[in-house]
Design a protein around this ligand. Structure first.
Ligand code: PMV
Length: 325
């Protein structure tokens, strides 16, 4: 019997970031993290299990993504097969409506959507925490794209205790993420390999030890809608993660000149009273966070910065969900 399911998931932007693992196999993170789902961006993933398939097949944005990506998905599907007690291979087709691998967490939305589509097609009915744990095995940050709105991933110490949950619905706060695109190229070292280097940096220990403090400040700032406290901790956390990356062996530099141009402009705008801050993932593009009322000017001003080719705008997004087409 053929079983198919289609799911849609949004990527998320981390305000307190995950970098480095306690257990890289299970993707138990070195520290907890907090994020927001991004409503205008999504991965749509279709999974079919069929006894006539002779191997797993993966199509990403209409193309064969290569052996490494297929191996990663097969490993993930092996776990789903084990959970569901089925032997069948699967055909997976996934599309993103945004550039893959350029520091907009495509693996987060892709594995969140894959978790729901694959588990449903395999006949499993997982609750939100179980779905988040499953997504975590594909890509750590994917566990945060399972619940809705503003999300915290408790690091935990094992599979059972490491999952994400919502700390505020999407309409809790009108934050807007204006992603300044400075490059659409696929990044050199993906986060999967980057996590393994975190421990080689002297800065990682300090960053991890201080994370519970930053998590508390960020969580409270979100709950109280306190933009100033939020902006300060979000920029500090991003800079700390990039300090780890830049002091790893080998060193990882994800920024380009235009990345720094945006960071400096955002700092100036905040000094002159605009409620705005930046955060950067494992890529050169800058997530510029602001509020609804300031967003038209922030977007227009971002487009004036040399090297910024476009701005993608997102509001807080929903949880992963099944769709019919
Ligand atoms: O889930 P991964 O392995 O793609 O790691 C995500 C790493 C960052 O995006 C840089 C930070 C984060 O918490 O999302």
């Amino acid at each position: 019997m053929i079983k198919t399911a289609i799911a849609l998931a949004h990527p998320n932007i981390a305000f307190i970031k995950y970098w480095g693992d306690k257990d890289s196999d299970l993707r138990i993170p070195a520290n907890g993290s907090i994020s927001m789902n991004l409503d205008s961006l999504y991965s749509r993933t279709e999974v079919t299990f069929d006894s006539s398939f002779e191997k797993d097949e993966l199509i990403l944005d209409g193309q064969d993504p290569g052996e490494k990506a297929v191996k990663r998905v097969t490993r993930f599907l092996d776990h789903v097969r084990l959970m569901a007690g089925i032997p069948n291979f699967a055909r997976v087709s996934s599309e993103n409506n945004f550039p893959t691998g350029s520091g907009i967490a495509s693996s987060a939305s892709a594995f969140a959507a894959l978790s729901l589509a694959a588990s449903t097609a395999a006949g499993l009915e997982l609750d939100e925490a179980a779905l988040s744990r499953l997504a975590r095995r594909g890509s750590g940050s994917a566990c945060r794209s399972v619940p809705a709105g503003f999300v915290e991933w408790q690091a935990g110490q094992d599979d059972e205790s490491s999952y994400a949950f919502s700390i505020g619905p999407r309409d809790h706060w009108e934050l807007i993420d204006c992603i300044a695109i400075v490059s659409q190229e696929h990044k050199g070292i993906g986060s999967q390999d980057g996590h393994l280097l975190a421990e080689t940096s002297l800065v990682q220990k300090i960053r991890v030890v201080d994370t519970p403090r930053r998590l508390d400040i960020c969580r409270q700032a979100i709950l109280n809608r306190d933009f100033e406290a939020f902006a300060e901790v979000v920029e500090l956390d991003s800079n700390l993660m990039h300090a780890v990356m830049m002091t790893s062996q080998p060193q990882l530099y994800y920024w380009q000149p235009a990345t720094l141009g945006v960071m400096q402009a955002v700092s100036e705008w905040r000094k002159s009273g605009t409620l705005v801050c930046f955060t950067i993932d494992a890529g050169p593009n800058v997530h510029v966070i602001t509020l609804e009322e300031s967003s038209p000017k922030v977007i227009a001003d971002l487009l004036q910065i040399p090297g910024v080719s476009k701005v993608l705008v997102s509001r807080p997004g929903t949880r992963v969900r099944l769709v019919s087409e």
